[in-house]
Design a protein around this ligand. Structure first.
Ligand SMILES: C[S@@+](CC[C@H](N)C(=O)[O-])C[C@H]1O[C@@H](n2cnc3c(N)ncnc32)[C@H](O)[C@@H]1O
Length: 218
């Protein structure tokens, strides 16, 4: 996203509650990656249109996106997974403080091990993938089995600061990560079972729906 355009969009985003501001400051001060402002706003708007009742999130961090979703969608319940014990604890505290413990359930552990646990909590109308970028394909394959027929899978960071479009990347670690994201994007865009669109907002948001009789065939 062009930085000036992004700043312009962010400057017009309506104000948020004090607790969300506090979480944004906490994330920045403690180097916790949370969704970019324009990205979460776009996701929330699509979710308001979709009106999911059950949402599964992979990658809670401190619970910022989960609580933004719960706040924007009062009818929805959210199951979210975090493997980092400290972030899991912080998320639980924020969830309790905002008073959403009945609607937002955080599971502690590696999402690669917890599919049997969430299986009984679904099917999910929306699945939001926002965890280790190298595992996106695995997350999608494992958890899309728990997606409701008319559900959507949302994936964040698919443009990874625009680096997916760069020809050369010097830093080896970043280059390998970008290669993984590009492989995921290609796999997703050519997936015969899903129709996907990549939105150039925030860090890049992919929106995938099942190809069905009404949706275009591959
Ligand atoms: C980008 S942050 C999530 C941000 C959050 N969705 C938000 O916008 O507020 C990614 C989180 O996923 C967690 N994570 C990474 N891989 C994971 C895995 N395999 N299972 C569970 N959590 C994972 C990381 O510890 C990190 O806190």
């Amino acid at each position: 996203m062009n930085e000036i355009v992004n700043e312009y969009i962010e400057s017009m985003i309506p104000d948020r509650t004090d607790l969300f501001h506090e979480m944004e400051r906490f994330a920045e001060a403690n180097n916790v990656p949370i969704m970019e402002l324009a990205g979460i706003e776009a996701l929330l708007q699509i979710l308001r249109i979709q009106k999911p009742k059950r949402i599964l999130e992979i990658g809670t961090a401190i619970g910022y996106s989960a609580l933004r979703m719960a706040h924007a969608l009062p009818e929805a319940s959210i199951v979210t997974i975090e493997r980092d014990p400290e972030r899991f604890q912080t998320a639980k505290e924020y969830i309790a403080r905002i008073g959403y413990s009945d609607r937002v359930i955080v599971l502690e552990g590696d999402a690669l091990d917890l599919a049997s646990c969430t299986n009984t909590m679904g099917p999910f109308d929306a699945i939001f993938i926002d965890a280790a970028k190298g595992q996106y394909t695995k997350f999608f394959e494992m958890y899309s089995e728990q997606l409701a027929d008319a559900g959507c899978v949302y994936t964040d960071n698919v443009l990874f600061k625009g680096l997916v479009a760069e020809k050369e990347i010097e830093n080896k670690r970043i280059r390998n990560l970008v290669a993984k994201i590009k492989r995921y994007n290609e796999w997703l865009m050519t997936n015969p079972d899903y129709l996907t669109s990549i939105m150039p907002v925030g860090d890049g948001l992919a929106v995938s729906i099942r190809r069905g009789e009404e949706n275009e065939k591959a």
